[in-house]
Design a protein around this ligand. Structure first.
Ligand code: SAH
Ligand code: SF4
Length: 342
């Protein structure tokens, strides 16, 4: 059985054509899925019963089954553990603050990149998510918010997994959500974060998408970076930054660099100065976030004072830097804390 959210509109239209259905049926189903967020065939009441039965017998709609829902004590963060069809599991997070409803979605079960401070990396790689499984995370929360007369305002592709390791499915999911006939979610409201896979960054640059790009940098020299992010052994920082320059030239868009501040490791004045030097002349912004705790990493979060010193060195050198608040920590919904706790 195939997942309905894995179908593009032309795929769905040709399936219905095969079934000898009139062409407006595909439009009705598409609207039902992406405008009304219906997720069971019985809800599609404008379809004849035989067609609903045929859909239910041929395709499946329940990509994700919520298995646990956690709300942070300030009620601003909701994390959902979803069981997938093969009983593996992923997590996705809704953050309600600053008048925004930002969704953090996963692209893989686990992750192959093995960053030492990341809970997802610590669990290893299980499999890629399909396009439809990524889309279904957004539809789940869109449906939940619609019931409160609210909408998703932003989607960050920063949950479990490395999106640039599952590029085609991730981009297809973004295109699907972007479809003006469907959910019509603007490309600029997406941010995709990568650990820094250089060839894929170059491909992304060539495609000149409006999607925002974030890059997990975390260290300004190759030695330290490789000790935190094993993939950095393959892509030295200067090669990565060359790709970033190409991206900015091709798109005119600003890059965000992510930096998890670890006390006494990458929150030093030396790292800040080296970073400022490396980023000189690049249209960018640094998001510094005190490290979130994970089971297998002994490093500690930076202190407020050290974080401010780090930021001030960057901003004085002309590199904009913001210290991000840590959110949802009481339910392990912070950056790098997502895991399949099935
Ligand atoms: N795989 C992608 C996107 C998912 S991780 C990537 O690595 O960019 C989202 C962000 O959380 C990344 O910037 C990642 O480096 C960061 N992160 C991972 N573990 C963290 C931790 N323990 N504390 C703070 N940030 C962390
Ligand atoms: Fe994977 Fe990103 Fe975690 Fe690294 S930080 S292990 S790339 S999810």
């Amino acid at each position: 059985m195939r997942l309905i959210y894995d179908f593009s509109f032309p795929d769905l239209a040709s399936l219905l054509l095969e079934w000898d259905e009139p062409s407006y049926r595909a439009h009705q189903i598409w609207k039902g899925l992406y405008r009304n967020f219906w997720n069971v065939p019985t809800l599609f009441t404008q379809l004849p019963n035989r067609l609903r039965l045929k859909l239910a017998g041929t395709l499946y709609f329940d990509a994700l089954t919520p298995a646990a829902i956690h709300q942070s004590s300030d009620k601003q963060t909701i994390k959902t553990l979803f069981k997938l069809h093969d009983s593996l599991a992923i997590e996705a997070v809704l953050m309600k603050y600053d008048q925004r409803h930002t969704l953090c979605v996963s692209t893989q079960v686990g992750c192959a990149m093995g960053c030492v401070f990341c809970a997802t990396g610590q669990m290893g790689f299980k499999r890629h998510l399909s396009c439809g499984e990524i889309v279904a995370q957004v539809m789940y929360y869109a449906r939940m918010l619609a019931a409160e007369n609210e909408v998703v305002t932003n989607v960050v592709v920063m949950g479990m997994g490395e999106p640039f390791h599952n590029y085609d499915n991730t981009m297809e999911a973004i295109d699907r959500l972007n479809d003006p006939q469907g959910y019509n979610f603007g490309a600029r409201r997406f941010t995709i974060s990568t650990v820094g896979l250089v060839p894929v960054i170059l491909r992304f640059a060539e495609e000149k998408r409006q999607v925002n790009l974030a890059i997990s940098l975390h260290a300004a020299d190759d030695g330290m970076r490789a000790s935190m992010l094993p993939v950095a052994k393959r892509y030295p920082i200067d090669e990565l930054l060359t790709a970033c320059h190409k991206y900015v030239t091709a798109t005119g868009r600003r890059i965000t660099f992510e930096w998890a501040l670890v006390n006494g490791v990458n929150d030093t004045p030396e790292q800040a100065r080296l970073l400022a030097e490396k980023l000189r002349g690049l249209l960018c912004h640094v998001n510094a976030i005190p490290l979130n705790p994970t089971p297998s990493y002994m490093g500690q979060a930076t202190t407020r004072k050290r974080a401010e010193m780090f930021r001030d060195i960057l901003t004085r050198s002309g590199v904009p830097c913001t210290i991000r608040l840590r959110r949802g920590l009481d339910i392990c919904a912070g950056c790098g804390q997502l895991i399949s706790k099935a």
